[in-house]
Design a protein around this ligand. Structure first.
Ligand SMILES: NC(=O)C1=CN([C@@H]2O[C@H](COP(=O)(O)OP(=O)(O)OC[C@H]3O[C@@H](n4cnc5c(N)ncnc54)[C@H](O)[C@@H]3O)[C@@H](O)[C@H]2O)C=CC1
Ligand SMILES: O=C(CO)COP(=O)(O)O
Length: 377
């Protein structure tokens, strides 16, 4: 790995949210040569980052770059920022955007680092940003991938994908979000990239549950594989490109999150599998666990498109306390589905939506067209 110093482009950027991912992303940006100010809600945390170059609660043992600045004043963090990266819990995004709005630079791009859907509306984070800030879609980007914060904060080589409906915006954001240990690819499939991050959390909860209940590798591999089918069917029915789900934001993130004890979703699942009630699990989780809030809205969105999600449905039942984790067999298809290993294309409405999207994708590939979902350097 090259240890060359990055060319310092000095682009002024801001990161909103100084939890584990916000702080790690601020480090990625600063190590890539950007002029970064991170906003922390709590003044004492802003002071620790600004003066001590540490965030000891979220990233123990990590030294932050000398150039990284922090403040608890949102107006100072956002002043002159050309790109604003947002990393707060998904359910708090709307309220945070309302306080961001008055300070946002007129031409700034807004980048979501989050992996949830809004419970009350079922909207993706980029949709909430568009709705509240009234920023055009072309100036909104999302970043997703196998990105466990602590590993990246320790500078372990990692890739992610930046997605925007505007390739130009995706490339501009990606060029700032790169350094010697972090590489950002680009694509233009925002729906697939965002849903990949949301859905893999739910499958990671399922993996945690069976792990906690004492099942082994076959069960987990079955859930990962069938989980990817559910993720792909769901995302494609909502307009995603299937290739996105086999890229960094889909399969890549699914593998990382399902395997790692660093994952909060996986950890929450394991506690449930060990027999803890949801209330106790949420009390124990000190950091954001997006999957627990996404189960309801994802199942509603799936129902609206006629997509079957047997794994996610069984996660819901375990969370509700109506299914004993030891009885979970989420990798099995339900009785009313056609048998055989396959995706569920061909079912009801959702099936035809999926089939049409797949047909479009295959036609595009056959005709030599580029794929919106391919992660490109
Ligand atoms: N931690 C990770 O490894 C990764 C996290 N993400 C995503 O990043 C987003 C943020 O996650 P983390 O940084 O891990 O969470 P975290 O729990 O570590 O930090 C959340 C931060 O948001 C702040 N915040 C602002 N407004 C808040 C409010 N109203 N309520 C609660 N907290 C508020 C908190 O003070 C805290 O600093 C999530 O959507 C997560 O899925 C994405 C990739 C990796
Ligand atoms: O998104 C993540 C890794 O890519 C982080 O996963 P958790 O939120 O489960 O910790």
């Amino acid at each position: 790995m090259s240890r060359r110093q990055p060319a310092r482009h000095g682009k002024r950027v801001a990161v909103v949210g100084a939890g584990s991912w916000g702080t790690t992303f601020a480090k990625i940006l600063a190590d890539g040569g950007a002029d970064v100010v991170v906003w922390a809600r709590r003044p004492e945390l802003a002071r620790e980052i600004q003066e001590g170059k540490r965030n000891s609660d979220y990233l123990p043992g990590v030294n932050l770059p000398i150039s990284l600045r922090a403040t608890s004043r949102l107006d100072l963090a956002l002043a002159g920022a050309e790109q604003v990266f947002v990393s707060v819990p998904s359910q708090s995004l709307r309220e945070n955007l309302k306080i961001i709005a008055p300070h946002l630079h007129a031409e700034a791009s807004v980048v979501s680092l989050m992996k949830g859907v809004e419970k009350s509306t079922g909207l993706r984070m980029s949709e909430v940003i568009h709705e509240v800030l009234r920023v055009e879609e072309e100036r909104i980007a999302v970043i997703s991938g196998p990105n466990l914060a602590l590993e990246i904060a320790k500078e372990q080589p990692t890739a992610a994908v930046v997605s925007s409906s505007s390739l130009e915006t995706a490339q501009a954001v990606a060029s700032v979000s790169r350094n010697r240990y972090f590489h950002s690819f680009v694509n233009t499939d925002v729906i697939g990239t965002e849903f990949g991050g949301v859905l893999k959390n739910l499958i990671a909860v399922a993996i945690g549950i069976v792990d906690g209940a004492g099942y082994g590798e076959n069960t987990k591999a079955s859930i990962i594989t069938r989980g990817l089918v559910e993720m792909t069917d769901f995302a494609v029915a909502h307009g995603a490109h299937p290739e996105t789900l086999s890229g960094l934001a889909g399969l890549g993130d699914l593998i990382a999150t399902s395997q790692s004890p660093l994952s909060r979703n996986n950890t929450a699942g394991r506690l449930l599998g060990q027999g803890y009630r949801l209330n106790d699990v949420t009390k124990q989780m000190q950091q954001t666990t997006e999957g627990l809030a996404s189960v309801g809205p994802v199942l509603e969105l799936a129902r609206a498109k006629g997509v079957a999600m047997p794994i996610v449905e069984q996660v819901r039942q375990v969370l509700a306390g109506t299914l004993d984790p030891r009885d979970i067999a989420p990798h099995l298809t339900t009785d009313d589905e056609p048998q055989g290993e396959r995706t569920k294309h061909g079912q009801a409405q959702g099936g035809s939506a999926v089939r049409r999207a797949l047909q479009r994708a295959f036609d595009q590939l056959r005709n030599g067209g580029g794929s919106a979902g391919r992660d490109r350097p």
